[in-house]
Design a binder for this molecule. Structure first.
Ligand code: ARG
Length: 462
């Protein structure tokens, strides 16, 4: 029997239930639903709607239903449309008359919105923590990298040498923005919808402020229509997660490229690589590739929910049930990806010799040569033209750049020191740049950022 069976003259069609039921996936809201229901019944007690004995019976029954669900002995019935229905049905079995008071002043509309917020609050804190763990590994690898350097690329063409630490930290800072975004989403979603009812509150003297406090939420909803129809927090969470996915994808792409024989900048650990079923010699960067691949799926989850929300009239519509699977999938997939990418990175070995060899090409010193002229009073545009011509000449006549420099009236042998391995990097002293001194400061500032983010996150971890 469904909760609403008495209204109908016929039992629900099986295929209708198969289409509309959400139990198969919203089971994972069980603990959050119990938490929301416990706060709700405490509110009913404060409002004088249930007495102390009934409150205790309700809390005991909710606790027991929750325990049964957690241990897997909970017996679902055919009428259990969703986890909320199933728990209420069980509470009524366990607590009789008191159980029949559980849903007083409440609708599944405010109930489900509450449970999903509580669930998202816990899960986003866990995701943010996994991002932090990856960042700590990036920080460690950056410290281990010392003064090693590699070519920095624009347009995938060698541009200027950068320190390996600087390269790694670039990904670390993108992840820092992800943590910041997740924290902002957590702040915004920390609002209790309980007391909004189906859409228009209740004629009973409910106490939504106190219920919000019971839930440890910052405040209650301001508008009951908005409370039951708002899924902004789902869309925001999905965006935050999609962007984490995109950052992992971009890091993954570089590891795919850097681990090719052609680049040879990084060797992935065997435990974090896969083989080929046919080609015995293969060792493949599947973690990095799947991180890249999963990003598409994470973007899809975001676009799916935005599309569901678009054009929905106030207030609750059953379409909103489509918020859950994308959110659950996104949380699962990004968590797996974060852990796997952390493992891959932690065990990866950089071939700094190969990196440096690639970065030591004299062409990568071109802008330093131009800036060397600037230091001697030449306008940059003229200096750029001079070096550009020398580069072209070197390539066309197959003469080493060093030879041309030495013979050039504006340069001479003094400028040759700029072509010495690693020398251009040491000249790069601008703040936030890749020079060793600037990177040492950056490493400290990154460490401080991780420390303060961990502190900000602690508030949300339970
Ligand atoms: N399973 C539903 C959901 O996830 C619960 C709310 C159903 N409410 C309703 N009025 N039919 O949205």
């Amino acid at each position: 029997m469904t909760l609403w069976g008495n209204r109908m003259s016929a039992p629900p069609a099986e295929d209708m239930m198969a289409f509309t039921a959400s139990l198969s996936f919203d089971k994972r809201l069980a603990a959050s639903d119990v938490e929301g229901s416990m706060a709700h019944v405490r509110g009913l007690h404060k409002a004088g709607i249930v007495d102390s004995l009934e409150l205790q019976e309700l809390l005991d029954a909710l606790q027991r239903a929750g325990d049964e669900l957690a241990s897997g002995v909970f017996e679902f019935q055919p009428g259990d449309e969703d986890i909320h229905t199933a728990i209420e049905r069980r509470v009524r079995e366990l607590a009789g008359t008191a159980g029949a008071k559980l849903h007083t002043g409440r609708s599944r509309n405010d109930q489900v919105a509450t449970a999903l917020r509580l669930y998202a609050r816990d899960q986003l804190a866990l995701v943010a923590n996994l991002v932090l763990e990856l960042q700590r590994t990036i920080e460690r690898k950056a410290r281990d990298a010392g003064q090693a350097y590699l070519p920095g690329y624009t347009h995938m063409q060698r541009a200027q040498p950068v320190t390996l630490a600087h390269y790694l930290l670039a990904h670390g800072w993108a992840l820092a923005r992800d943590v910041d975004r997740l924290l902002a989403t957590l702040e915004r979603l920390d609002v209790s919808p309980l007391g909004a009812g189906a859409l228009a509150g209740s004629s009973l003297p409910l106490v939504p402020d106190e219920v919000a406090a019971e839930l440890g939420m910052a405040k209650r909803f301001e508008n009951s229509l908005d409370a039951v129809s708002d899924r902004d927090f789902v869309a925001e969470a999905l965006f935050d997660i999609a962007l984490v996915g995109i950052h992992l994808s971009r890091l993954g792409e570089e590891f795919v490229v850097f681990s090719t024989e052609e680049f040879g900048f990084v060797r992935l650990d065997d435990a974090w690589s896969t083989g080929s079923s046919m080609l015995p010699q293969k060792k493949n960067p599947d973690v990095a590739e799947l991180a890249r691949g999963k990003a598409g799926r994470l973007v899809g989850n975001l676009v799916g929910v935005l599309t569901t929300l678009k054009g929905l009239p106030l207030s609750y519509n059953r379409d909103l049930q489509e918020d859950k699977e994308p959110l659950f999938d996104a949380i699962d997939q990004v968590s797996l990806a974060l852990v796997a990418m952390e493992g891959m990175l932690a065990t990866a070995v950089f071939d700094t010799e190969r990196m440096q060899l690639a970065a030591d090409s004299p062409m990568l010193a071109a802008v330093e040569l131009a800036e060397w002229l600037v230091g001697r009073g030449v306008p940059f545009r003229d200096a750029h033209a001079t070096v550009g011509s020398l580069v072209r000449e070197s390539l066309e006549r197959h003469v080493p750049l060093a030879e041309l420099l030495e013979a050039h009236p504006s340069f001479g042998s003094e400028a040759l020191s700029l072509l010495e391995p690693g020398s251009t990097l040491r000249r790069r002293r601008t703040p936030g740049g890749p020079g060793p001194d600037a990177v040492a400061l950056q490493l400290d500032s990154f460490g401080r950022q991780l420390g303060s983010d961990a502190e900000r996150l602690a508030k949300w971890r339970r």
